[in-house]
Design a protein around this ligand. Structure first.
Ligand code: SF4
Length: 141
């Protein structure tokens, strides 16, 4: 079994999740254990690395990864597309929002199109979606 994270960081992450749900217009998963496992993972990384790195990914070098903000919760995918692949921030049915994802994103392939119930909230980095699309089209295939 993985190490128990510090109570301080567990409480901090619980508080963060509640606030971020409200801010982004998303919900916690209807099965509480799903949320709890992700919170524990975020708290463990906060203990180990000083930052809440996404716990649902593999990193060749975690210390290198925390130097970028890409996978620090709330990650780029969440802030740009409102997509949380850990199912921490979802709709009321427990599905991740996928409607803004680029056509070739794995989230769309896995979940199909899931509409955003609160399009007026969240996605503070939405302008980057367009920038990324331009970069993608310019990339040699
Ligand atoms: S996918 Fe992003 S928003 Fe979801 S838990 Fe991981 S870092 Fe946080």
């Amino acid at each position: 079994m993985a190490d128990q994270p510090s109570e301080k960081n567990v409480l901090k992450m619980r508080n963060f999740v509640d606030k971020y749900c409200e801010k982004s217009g998303t919900s916690k998963h209807p099965t509480p254990v799903v949320t709890e496992e992700v919170i524990l993972g975020l708290a463990r990384y906060s203990d180990e690395l000083g930052r809440p790195l996404c716990p649902c990914r593999f990193y060749p070098d975690k210390n290198e990864e925390v130097k970028h903000r890409t996978w620090i919760c709330a990650c780029d995918d969440m802030q740009i597309y409102k997509y949380c692949h850990c199912l921490l921030f979802v709709n009321e049915e427990g599905q991740p929002i996928t409607e803004y994802l680029p056509a070739d994103h794995e989230g769309l392939k896995i979940h199909g199109v899931v509409k955003d119930p609160t399009p007026d909230k969240g996605r503070p980095l939405r302008h980057k979606a367009e920038e990324r699309e331009i970069e993608r089209k310019e990339r040699p295939s």
